[in-house]
Ligand binder design. Structure first.
Ligand SMILES: Cc1ncc(COP(=O)(O)O)c(C=O)c1O
Length: 359
């Protein structure tokens, strides 16, 4: 029997997708083998690859002047690859240090080039994002890096900065859960293992016109232009992850695409935030309301003991992986695109029952 899995990633996937994968695993469409046993140069895989690229573009409303790249190494590798490709001598990059991941991106960028914090959320304990007026962007800045959703602290950029420099976005934990103002972005990236599919695939979307001017003196795997030139088949791609992601994207399209995902996310995270707000102070969210994530709802019960009792009781109700990240503690419900409404309703019901029993 399946559980309601609130894991922050990898996370729950649509049941229909898992069932389809199971049905195709031994014999993919009459080929006599599974997708993970065939050549990445075979016509069967080629079709999977092309279809997944096209579905990503369609679902995320990616403009025609952008290249979509399927890479490995997760978002973490992009922390380094992005500055290596985009920065040149005398052009620094500004980073919004909005939480654990924004901090990590800045640290790696600083190891590869000139990167600085354009804003630091640490004095606010990473409980909110900056307003545009708070950003300190130096002259000649090549790009401003933002983390659209901080997975651990449970905060998100409700709107993206409207500034004079292009944006680069780590969208790992809210990829394809909201449309974005493409004209402001030179590049976005994220790991697949939350909203899109299994771990092992990272997707980069970059303005195609920038590729040629990128640093040519990098090893080939680190050059975004090399991947774009080979349609993400420079080397063996993460075929299984691409294949499953294709199925998730088809499922997403059938649900109504990114607009439907955005509406679902607001409604479902909203029902958990309502349960927090209407608990007469029993549950508390540390995050300022306007900055609350629609993907990762972070909250606490009145004590560490009650947090632990909550997690234990939830697990008995098959509500699992609700523990906050080890660095912050508390409770975190990750409600990604594939989480079912039943899962969210069950969580909200459990929150009420737990409060009644312990309040
Ligand atoms: C916002 C954000 N950025 C980056 C990462 C790191 O991603 P990966 O494990 O794909 O390298 C994560 C992982 O959870 C994340 O949530």
């Amino acid at each position: 029997m399946r559980v309601h899995n609130f894991c922050a990633g990898p996370c729950t996937l649509p049941l229909s997708v898992l069932e389809e994968v199971r049905s195709e695993l031994l014999d993919y469409r009459g080929s006599g083998m599974s997708v993970i046993e065939m050549s990445h140069r075979s016509p069967e895989y080629d079709e999977v690859h092309e279809e997944t690229l096209a579905l990503f573009r369609e679902n995320f409303l990616v403009p025609a002047d952008r290249s979509i790249l399927f890479l490995q190494g997760g978002a973490t590798l992009q922390f380094a690859v992005v500055p290596m490709n985009l920065l040149r001598e005398g052009e620094p990059a500004g980073y919004v240090r909005s939480g654990t991941w924004g901090r990590g991106a800045l640290k790696d960028a600083a190891a590869c080039g000139d990167a600085y914090a354009a804003w630091n959320g640490e004095p606010f304990s990473f409980t909110r994002m900056p307003s545009d007026g708070e950003l300190e962007i130096r002259s000649d800045t090549r790009y401003l890096h933002v983390t659209s959703n901080e997975t651990i602290e449970g905060i998100r950029m409700a709107t993206f900065p409207d500034v004079d420099v292009p944006l680069v976005g780590d969208m790992s934990s809210d990829y394809l859960s909201r449309p974005i103002p493409w004209e402001r972005f030179d590049l976005v990236y994220g790991g697949a293992q939350k909203n899109l599919g299994p771990a092992g695939l990272a997707v980069v979307v970059v303005r195609t016109s920038l590729l040629e001017a990128m640093n040519p003196d990098l090893p080939s795997y680190l050059r975004l232009e090399a991947h774009a030139g080979k349609n993400s088949l420079l080397n063996t791609p993460p075929m299984f992850a691409v294949y499953v992601t294709g199925k998730v994207l088809r499922w997403m399209r059938d649900q109504g695409g990114v607009a439907a995902m955005e509406e679902r996310a607001a409604r479902r995270s909203g029902s958990v935030y309502d349960a927090i707000e209407q608990s007469d102070g029993f549950y508390r969210s540390p995050v300022e309301p306007a900055h609350r994530s629609h993907m990762n709802v972070v909250f606490r019960a009145p004590s560490d003991e009650l947090d632990a009792a909550f997690l234990k009781g939830a697990e008995q109700e098959r509500l699992v992986n609700l523990k906050g990240h080890r660095s912050v503690g508390g409770i975190r419900a990750s409600i990604y695109n594939a989480m079912t409404d039943e899962g969210v309703d069950a969580l909200v019901g459990f929150m009420a029952a737990f409060r009644d029993a312990n309040g």
